[in-house]
Design a protein around this ligand. Structure first.
Ligand code: C2E
Ligand code: CA
Ligand code: CA
Ligand code: CA
Length: 279
């Protein structure tokens, strides 16, 4: 979990003053945003290149402020975490995402799954599995259709509390994906003890493909390990055909990125993918 305070510029500087002002403004506005339902979700496709179809979408939160400005999550999620508001936001996200998925199923994308990002406080709650079961039941989708993404960084600091909750989630049938894999400096071997169903290779390793020999070697090692462990693997941030082709050669993971599609509304997802394969 990246601490917001770690990013605070030096004491007494002008930069620090304006940084703190901005933070307080966002924090105050976030409280109101929840009440006024100023949040919405976009969905980004995750595709299986071999089969030529999308298998899942990742829900990505956006905040439309009353002045019409759209704020990206990197700007307000860290503030929400510090302000203790992240649980409220993540609970809203899960409910919205399950309802949207049910609508996408009805519109013809029958096997589609949805992934949601979850911050550490949610994963440390013993009641999370039961709460999520209630949400999926209410929406009329199966637990297998919901994948929870947590970052490798969260696992490093909070593992003792998080791992038992992960086991309980798996027993109910929910999927769990380790996000931003490769950025947290945890060993590949540690993956073995985690009750996860998939791994997402961070886009910093995809960027150098196909040319960069180091990135190729790292990605190949990750793909081999994941397949040995029977884990699904998603390559993030795939932007070019050359990157997709290199990945197909290195081990054929699922792919996510601008090449396949930018985050879009449920309606756009349905109209782009319900009638035809994407290849
Ligand atoms: P993430 O989970 O790694 O999500 C992927 C981010 O990469 C998204 O940015 C997405 O728009 C962007 N992206 C996707 N494909 C490409 C590509 O081909 N090239 C490039 N350059 N970027 C690509 P976004 O939507 O701004 O989200 C940023 C981060 O905010 C997410 O990173 C996630 O950690 C967090 N986040 C988003 N939604 C939620 C949420 O509902 N709850 C929580 N707790 N965190 C969220
Ligand atoms: Ca994610
Ligand atoms: Ca990621
Ligand atoms: Ca990321």
């Amino acid at each position: 979990l990246v601490s917001f305070s770690a990013n605070v510029p030096g004491a007494n500087s002008e930069a620090r003053q304006s940084f703190l002002m901005k933070r307080m403004t966002i924090e105050g506005a976030l409280h109101k945003a929840l009440e006024r339902s100023e949040f919405f979700l976009d969905y980004q496709p995750i595709g299986d290149p071999a089969a030529g179809r999308i298998v899942a979408v990742e829900a990505l939160i956006r905040w439309r402020r009353c002045n019409g400005e759209i704020v990206r999550p990197d700007e307000f999620i860290p503030v929400a975490e510090e302000a203790g508001l992240i649980s409220h936001i993540d609970e809203w996200v899960v409910r919205r995402a399950c309802a949207d998925l049910a609508a996408m199923h009805r519109a013809g994308l029958t096997d589609l799954r949805v992934s949601v990002n979850m911050a550490a406080p949610e994963f440390m709650r013993q009641t999370l599995p039961a709460d999520l079961l209630a949400v999926t039941r209410a929406a009329g989708i199966e637990p297998e259709h919901l994948c929870l993404e947590l970052t490798e960084r969260m696992m490093m600091t909070q593992a003792d509390t998080i791992i038992p909750v992960m086991h309980a989630l798996r027993r109910q049938g929910f999927r769990i994906s380790l996000d931003d894999f490769g950025t947290g400096y945890s060993s590949l071997a540690r993956l073995k003890i985690l009750p996860i169903t998939s791994v997402k290779i961070d886009r910093s390793f995809i960027r150098g493909l196909p040319g960069d020999m180091h990135d190729r070697a790292i990605v190949r090692a990750m793909l081999e390990l994941a397949s040995d462990m029977r884990l699904a693997i998603v390559a993030e941030g795939v932007e070019t055909l050359e990157q997709m082709e290199a990945l197909a050669e290195l081990g054929d993971p699922l792919i996510q990125g601008y090449l396949l599609g930018k985050p879009a509304s449920p309606e756009q997802i349905v109209s782009a993918y319900s009638r035809r394969a994407w290849q």
